[in-house]
Design a protein around this ligand. Structure first.
Ligand SMILES: Nc1nc2c(ncn2[C@@H]2O[C@H](COP(=O)(O)OP(=O)(O)OP(=O)(O)O)[C@@H](O)[C@H]2O)c(=O)[nH]1
Ligand SMILES: [Mg+2]
Length: 459
């Protein structure tokens, strides 16, 4: 196979690498087509994706240390890098930020990428009290990692086990560092490793990926015998022992470093594309719902202030047609006012509107009974206004469906779609919402009315 790869201009690994870069670029291009709001909502993701592209181009390998507080993640970074870079403290929850250090001493570079380097990334402990945000930061770092070192200092508890299984599902290489080996005697050490390798993590991690470490051993008392036969007692800190972990990391990188980088970047880009698509849908939906509600309120108030026969109001009114045009803009589907009017009429017909109008006005009447606003005209027409507003709400929802399906009814009859919307809509709660909005609006209008009256009075 190696002679095979040598004879072809680009190896399979290189091909995967190129494909991964292409998919990151593709995802980035998708962001170009975003509206300002979408861009705002996804700014963080966009930055992350750009970073992922940079990481891939430069061949940066990220190794994330992840685990509960106080297990020795920061100490392990110091021991692996051979420098005291990370702050280590006996107080749990010491590391508050995700931060990284170049691991130059490891000597690994991704083949063919001269700039390539390995970074060790320290994260906050995942079980810190009130540390949900920091735990989320740690998880995000793990999602981006090429290799994860999960750090524990005893048998796994439930939180650790759940987090480990969740990470293992990402199919990234995970090594378990069983740290603080110096606090156990040799019998305990063996028992602990055996239970983790044979029992707890069988089928989740391979035994060779579970490694004992001593990152920051406790001081020991040494008895030193001098040349003259006298002895002195001295306390010294033994050297850390992270060699088996270091060797395993290098083994994993040597055998699949470039492929890991590629796979990770491609998965990350796919994930961001999905998120982008979901955000687009969510934001459009939110905006469309806001538009529908504000038009429904506008219609309710207009009808309440200036009552007209129900059948006229619930047909294709100008308010509804304008709402439909606005909704079309949200979904990137331009529509003339005349076409919007026809769509409204079609929806109203499908809903059997005229028949429904009376019943709706009746429902609204009971709901609006308690609403006393002072001006007689407004009060009596309120239920009718609310019923009209409810009609606009349904027209809006149906139009939204129509635009969501690329200006079509998605292969169904309009009547089927509209009936489903009617069934799904909680009439009472929409009317309630309308009532609140109308109350706000009318209160403002009343002041306007009062102002107008007094102005007229002074003429
Ligand atoms: N005995 C012993 N203690 C260790 C070892 N490694 C770390 N410690 C101690 O464990 C404590 C926590 O170490 P840290 O490296 O700060 O642990 P951490 O996982 O980074 O903790 P947080 O940042 O709070 O999540 C410190 O007092 C270290 O000295 C070890 O191998 N043996
Ligand atoms: Mg720490």
């Amino acid at each position: 196979m190696s002679s095979d790869t040598a004879s072809t201009p680009r190896s399979r690994e290189d091909q995967h690498f190129d494909d991964a870069l292409a998919s990151v670029e593709r995802s980035l291009r998708q962001f170009d087509g975003c509206s300002p709001e979408e861009r705002e909502a996804l700014l963080h993701d966009l930055d992350q994706l750009r970073d992922m592209r940079q990481k891939l181009i430069s061949g940066r390998v990220d190794i994330v240390l992840f685990g509960e507080i106080d297990t020795g993640k920061s100490a392990l970074i110091n021991a692996l890098s051979g420098q005291r870079m990370a702050e280590v403290d006996v107080r749990g929850g010491w590391t508050k930020e995700v931060w990284q250090v170049d691991w130059e001493a490891c000597g690994y570079t991704v083949p063919g990428l001269a700039e390539s380097r390995v970074r060790l990334i320290d994260t906050p402990g995942i079980n810190e009290v009130d540390g949900a945000k920091r735990a989320a930061m740690a998880r995000e770092a793990a999602v981006k990692a090429d290799l994860i070192i999960f750090v524990t200092d005893s048998d796994l508890n439930e939180t650790e086990y759940a987090a480990l299984v969740e990470l293992a599902a990402s199919h990234k290489p995970i090594l378990l560092a069983v740290n603080k080996m110096d606090i156990y005697n040799s019998r305990e050490r063996e028992a602990l490793l055996e239970i983790l390798r044979q029992d707890r993590l069988e089928g989740i991690l391979a035994p060779e990926d579970i490694l004992p470490t001593t990152a920051d051993p406790r001081e020991k008392e040494y008895i030193i015998e001098k040349a003259d036969g006298t002895t002195v007692h001295e306390t010294r800190q033994p050297s850390p022992d992270v060699e088996p972990l270091k060797l395993r990391i290098l083994e994993v990188l040597e055998s699949e470093g470039k492929a890991l980088l590629a796979l990770n970047a491609a998965m990350y880009a796919a994930d961001k594309s999905d998120k982008l698509a979901a955000t687009k849908v969510r934001l459009r939906d939110q905006k469309a719902n806001q538009v529908i509600m504000s038009y429904a309120v506008m219609k309710s108030v207009a009808v309440a202030v200036n009552p007209v026969p129900a059948a006229d109001v619930l047909g294709g009114s100008a308010v509804d047609a304008t709402m439909v045009v606005t909704l079309g803009q949200i979904y990137g589907i331009p529509m003339t006012l005349a076409n919007a009017r026809s769509l409204v009429t079609a929806i109203a017909k499908a809903a059997g509107w005229v028949v429904m109008a009376e019943a709706l006005t009746h429902v609204a009447s009971s709901l609006f009974k308690g609403l006393t606003l002072g001006t007689g005209t407004v009060l009596t027409a309120l239920p009718q206004g609310a019923a009209a507003g409810y009609g606009s709400f349904i027209v809006g929802q149906a139009a939204k469906y129509y635009f969501e399906h690329g200006a079509s009814w998605g292969g169904e009859a309009p009547k089927t779609v509209v009936s489903r919307i009617l069934e799904k809509t909680d009439k009472q709660s929409v009317l309630q919402k309308l009532k609140e909005e109308i109350r706000k609006k009318i209160r403002v209008n009343r002041h306007a009315e009062a102002g107008k009256n007094s102005a007229e009075g002074t003429k």
